[in-house]
Design a protein around this ligand. Structure first.
Ligand SMILES: NC(=O)c1ccc[n+]([C@@H]2O[C@H](COP(=O)([O-])OP(=O)(O)OC[C@H]3O[C@@H](n4cnc5c(N)ncnc54)[C@H](OP(=O)(O)O)[C@@H]3O)[C@@H](O)[C@H]2O)c1
Length: 225
């Protein structure tokens, strides 16, 4: 059974709740009594995850949204569906993110790691901000990484067009998560909406599985933090 806590009656959106850290987060918040929306790219996988989350938490109030968040049109569509589904939104957890060893471009023609890890949560937060503010006290929580510590943002080559390294792109995107959150927190000061950012620790998930390095090179951010 879902527990009784301050999360009863709260609506929470966890992006990327089909596996890994997002799914574990969704289970925890559903167990505390929140209504939890999860997102994923494929409806079947997302529905299966939602069933797992309901079973593990004892809370039937788990909703599924589907969007490929590397597409800005799909982020906008997702935001619209969330606004329709949740008259109040108490917590937004920007968890979707990942590591791709090689350079890919999104349907918008943007470098994929930057687009998914930074621009997607930036845009989604912006689109949901009025609803969060109207629901205050509310929270925006963004999942960064200890890898931000070696991140450098090259404003002359944001798209990694001149030179690309998956590691550099990941580290820069996770630094961008932190810079975004600091500025969001400053702008939201006094609104009743807080913005926080975290490093989840090293967690065995599907992280990086879609496009690994060809050799046995180790993604050092996962092992030094
Ligand atoms: N694992 C670690 O040790 C670690 C360490 C530091 C930071 N982090 C951060 O923690 C966050 C979660 O990582 P994780 O380890 O849980 O990764 P994961 O197991 O790969 O899970 C990623 C989640 O994001 C979703 N996703 C991936 N690409 C997507 C896209 N284009 N559009 C929409 N959803 C997409 C996946 O859903 P579908 O595949 O169903 O679409 C899945 O639910 C990331 O921001 C990562 O940078 C992880």
């Amino acid at each position: 059974m879902a527990g009784t806590s301050g999360m009863n009656g709260r609506n929470v959106l966890v992006t990327g709740g089909t596996g890994g850290i997002g799914k574990a987060t969704a289970v925890g918040l559903a167990a505390l009594g929140a209504r939890v929306g999860i997102t994923g790219r494929e409806r079947g996988r997302a529905e299966a995850a939602a069933a797992d989350i309901r079973a593990a938490s004892g809370n039937p109030a788990v909703d599924v949204f589907t969007a490929d968040m590397s597409s800005q049109a799909q982020v906008r569509q997702l935001a619209g569906e969330v606004l329709d589904a949740y008259p109040r939104l108490d917590v937004l957890i920007n968890n979707v993110g990942g590591f791709w060893a090689h350079r890919h471009e999104t349907v918008d023609g943007l470098e994929h790691t930057f687009a998914l890890n930074h621009l997607a949560p930036f845009l989604l937060t912006h689109l949901l901000l009025d609803r969060l503010t109207a629901s205050a006290p509310a929270r925006v929580v963004t999942v960064s990484s200890g890898a931000h510590a070696t991140g450098r943002i090259d404003f002359d080559d944001l798209q990694g067009s001149a030179t690309y390294s998956g590691q550099r792109a990941y580290n820069a995107s996770k630094l961008a998560n932190i810079m975004f959150t600091y500025e969001l927190a400053r702008r939201l000061d006094g609104s009743g909406v807080t913005a926080t950012v975290l490093h989840p620790g090293v967690v065995r998930t599907n992280f990086g599985a879609e496009d690994r390095y060809d050799s046995n090179l180790i993604m050092f951010d996962l092992f030094i933090f």
